[in-house]
Design a protein around this ligand. Structure first.
Ligand SMILES: [Ca+2]
Length: 180
């Protein structure tokens, strides 16, 4: 790898949403990250990180998990130490998914949902999901390796009609293909 082109090193993803009114079921949103290898960059993830699931090498960590959105400020937070990822991983996709209970729950039904992706003070993504209001899950950001192995960022807010398990399997899908 080139020592000249540093690319992205460490990225933080934060998510917040308003809690449900009292007496109504809680809304549980989750940050999800999926890693892909060179052999299948748009296919099956090598591993997926979300609540209760850690990356095998400790490079991607969910620091905070919420099941309700209660509290001020950030409800969920994930750190991705991209510069520590093994060179065999060539693509990482980050998304947000709504846990589905009874019926179908979309971003439009969860008030004041917002996701931010930052590297230090540089904001890469700040999105309110308005563009994917009818989706139940969405990718947010994509990181791929450049020619010298450096990590390159691309904003990738795309809606999916999927529950958490199927979203994890689908979120690596090639962005140039039509949305679900
Ligand atoms: Ca959650």
């Amino acid at each position: 790898m080139s020592g000249l082109n540093k690319g992205l090193r460490k990225v933080e993803v934060t998510l917040k949403w308003d809690p449900s009114p009292s007496g109504t079921p809680a809304n549980d949103l989750d940050i999800v990250a999926a890693t892909f290898s060179e052999g299948d960059p748009y296919g099956k993830p090598e591993y997926v990180v979300h609540f209760g699931s850690r990356s095998p090498d400790g490079t991607i960590t969910l620091n905070r998990d919420s099941r309700t959105g209660q509290g001020f400020g950030t409800d969920e937070a994930m750190t991705l130490e991209l510069d520590r990822l093994s060179s065999r991983y060539t693509r990482v996709v980050v998304g947000v998914v709504i846990q589905q209970g009874e019926g179908r729950k979309t971003f439009g039904e969860v008030p004041n949902t917002a996701v931010r992706v930052r590297e230090d003070r540089t904001e890469l993504v700040n999105d309110d999901f308005v563009g994917v209001f009818d989706a139940t899950a969405a990718t947010v950001a994509e990181f791929t390796r450049g020619a010298s192995g450096e990590w390159v960022f691309r904003k990738a807010v795309r809606g999916f009609d999927a529950d958490p398990e199927s979203f994890a399997a689908l979120m690596g899908r090639n962005p140039s293909l039509p949305n679900f």
